[in-house]
Structure formats: C-alpha cells, structure tokens
Design a protein around this ligand. Structure first.
Ligand code: NAI
Length: 218
C-alpha cells in the first residue's frame, strides 16, 4: 500500500484506541486528562502516548495534561472522521447484514449507499432501509455514485473478483472481511479484518495462564 507520510502504521493503529477512550472520558464529563491517566486506561505507556501525539503537534500542556474535548476533536480530524465516506457492502449474508444494520458506522461518517449480492432472493430487498442490488450492477454503481470504500463480505472464492469490480468502478479503499488476501494496485488502501486473530490471542493467553498455574502446583 502506498503511503504519503512517515507516520508509522503502529502509531496510526493506536489513534482509534485513543479516540475511543477519549470519547468515553467525554461522555463522563471529564475535562482534562494526563498522559499517565491515559496510560492507565489505554495500556500504552505515558511516554508512548506523548510520542504518538507529538507526531501530530503535541496538544498537551506541561503541568496540565490534555484538554479532553480538544484532544478528541484533534484526533477525530487526524483520523479524517470529520468527513463523509460513501460505502457499498458486497455479500449480504450474515456478516454483510450485521454491518449494514450497525448504525455506528454510519454515525461515524461511513454511509452505505447500496448493498450487493448474487442471490436473487436478496436482490430487491431493503436492509436497514438500503436496497440490495444485483452484483452485476456493482462497477457502474460505484462509478456513477463516486463510492469511496467497498466492504467485502462474500465467500473467499469471490473476493478477488469483487475487489476488481470495486477498483474498476473507482473505490479508493477496501475493507475486506473475506479470509483471503486480495491483489489490487498499490494505490488502493486495503484493510483486512480477521476477528479470529483476536480470538486466537485469547486462546493463547488462556493456555499460557493454565500452564503457569499448573507449574505453580508442582
Ligand atoms: P454468508 O454465506 O452468510 O454470506 C455470504 C453472502 O455473499 C451470501 O449472501 C452470498 O449470496 C453472497 N455472495 C456470494 N458470491 C457473491 C458475489 N460474487 N458477489 C456478491 N455477493 C456474493 O457468509 P458470512 O457468514 O456472512 O461471511 C461472509 C464472509 O466473511 C466469508 O468469507 C467469511 O469467511 C467472512 N467472515 C470473516 C470474518 C472476519 O473476522 N474477517 C468473520 C465472519 C465471517
């Protein structure tokens, strides 16, 4: 994937977590937070947090910490969450429907314009008030409606073909849930999501805990 800045992906991947926790603080009417407090909540070290935020200009004040509302707004701007992105979801089975019905994404600015599937039983239906179209119409729809992001929820065997239609239509990014890597040109941003990786991490940590407890018994 082509990058346009020297900010490391590790920093970029921590920003949404800062944003989420700051959102919680805001909800609880907390006005100010130190990097030590942020460290306790997020699990990152205070110096890591300061370093990350310094990549974008700092935002904190010596002896005061961070103003929660300002930092939340600044991170929202850095993440580009002050914009509206037009999306389409392809593959309207269990996962596609769950994403279409999850209104948080839309509230965050990722607005589904249409849904697509091959199944004639689904085509023409509305899910969360958004129409399911025949996937044959995907490329033209994306082109005519200037879609920014394609969300792939098809079986693995179909994801490359779908990705190519999305790219020909002109999407700038793909959020891929199918358990297979897709090959597209370098200028397309691709995020692969694997819930199983998080689940397998739990499995590892449970196993590790059991082994330590077992070794302590002997
Ligand atoms: P599903 O079988 O319920 O839905 C798949 C849908 O895709 C069906 O409605 C089917 O008609 C449609 N489809 C098939 N070929 C198509 C094509 N060429 N164009 C458009 N639509 C097409 O499957 P489910 O459970 O919703 O999973 C969808 C995908 O997401 C699978 O690849 C699955 O492995 C993956 N998945 C990934 C997860 C993750 O963490 N990344 C978690 C759960 C599922």
């Amino acid at each position: 994937m082509e990058r346009f800045s020297s900010i490391s992906m590790a920093v970029v991947r921590r920003l949404p977590k800062y944003y989420r926790y700051l959102g919680e603080l805001k909800k609880n009417d907390v006005k100010r937070v130190s990097s030590q407090e942020l460290s306790r909540i997020t699990g990152f070290t205070a110096s890591q947090i300061r370093q990350d935020l310094n990549c974008f200009g700092g935002f904190g004040q010596q002896g005061y910490g961070y103003n929660v509302d300002d930092l939340y707004q600044n991170i929202s701007n850095i993440l580009g969450l002050n914009k509206i992105y037009k999306t389409v979801i392809v593959g309207m089975g269990n996962l596609g429907q769950a994403i279409a019905n999850y209104s948080f994404f839309e509230k965050s600015g990722f607005v589904p314009q249409a849904l697509f599937d091959v199944n004639p039983k689904l085509i023409g239906l509305k899910i969360n008030d958004i129409r399911v179209h025949d996937v044959e119409e995907l490329e033209d729809f994306v082109r005519e409606n200037n879609i920014d992001i394609g969300i792939i929820c098809t079986p693995k065997s179909q994801c490359q073909k779908v990705a190519e239609s999305l790219v020909r239509g002109g999407v700038r990014a793909i959020w891929n849930f199918a358990p297979s890597d897709i090959n597209v040109s370098d200028d397309i941003i691709v995020e692969n999501v694997h819930l199983s990786e998080s689940l397998f991490t739990i499995s590892y940590l449970l196993k590790e805990k059991e082994e330590v407890l077992k070794s302590k018994k002997f």
